[in-house]
Design a protein around this ligand. Structure first.
Ligand code: HEM
Length: 210
């Protein structure tokens, strides 16, 4: 769970930083996207490196879902007789939001790939012009797309906050003070990631990027 989670978090940090290039203009953003396809050349043929990264991401996502399923089944097997009256303790509430949050994020990623990677659901839909795709996507008249992205990114933020908190606690922050620190670091991290992602659609929506 943790190893695949770390891989996905590293991807999110890199993706969020890359997205911020939108503020440097079309040439910089599109140039960055083209550069991603050229990494490894000439040792590797074109876009091979990107496909290796994509394969790594798919492995991480599958491992993350698989580990979550194994852990959930193990937890259920440990208590074959269900609670007659299940108290809403914090742990089970967090687990439930993690599951549904994960499903929302997965559905969002599928939509997002069809939107900004393949272009099928994008008004411009030209994979060679990611800046134009982003600007068309979050145009003011398509405010509902920004709303949908916002819901998904906030769900991602909750997921990250709880995942990061659990990971930090497993790494030894188990005293009351350590838990407080882990909670603060996890919250700060989730807020930075959410803000870093959301600033792009909102910059387009408000006309700051056009
Ligand atoms: C909210 C702001 C976001 C914007 C503006 C954005 C923008 C983009 C763009 C323009 C691409 C295509 C890049 C290219 O073809 O070179 C892309 C790809 C991608 N994005 Fe996002 N993204 C956002 C959020 C997210 C989030 C929250 C996730 C994950 C939970 C995510 C996951 C991905 C993935 C997996 C790809 C495909 C990478 C590839 O294989 O080429 N994105 N995004």
């Amino acid at each position: 769970m943790a190893v695949s989670g770390i891989v996905l978090v590293l991807f999110l940090i890199a993706h969020m930083l890359g997205n911020l290039k939108v503020f440097a203009g079309a040439a910089s953003f599109d140039g960055y996207a083209h550069w991603l396809r050229d990494i490894g050349k000439p040792a590797l043929p074109g876009v091979w490196f990107l496909w290796i990264l994509r394969a790594g991401l798919v492995v991480a996502v599958v491992a993350h879902i698989w580990a979550a399923t194994v852990l959930a089944l193990r937890a259920r097997a440990a208590r074959p007789v269900q609670y007659a009256h299940r108290k809403k303790i914090q742990g089970s509430y967090a687990a439930r939001t993690m599951r549904w949050g994960g499903v929302i994020i997965l559905l969002f990623v599928i939509y997002h790939l069809l939107d900004l990677t393949t272009g099928h659901l994008n008004p411009v839909g030209d994979p060679t012009r990611p800046f134009a795709n982003v600007v068309a996507d979050f145009a003011p008249e398509r405010w509902y797309v920004t709303l949908f992205y916002t819901v998904a990114v906030v769900a991602l933020g909750f997921h990250l906050r709880h995942g990061m908190f659990s990971a930090l606690r497993s790494l030894g922050q188990q005293t009351p003070g350590g838990e407080r620190r882990a909670r603060a670091v996890a919250l700060g991290f989730a807020v930075v990631i959410c803000a870093g992602f959301l600033v792009v659609p909102f910059a387009v929506l408000t006309g700051l990027v056009s």
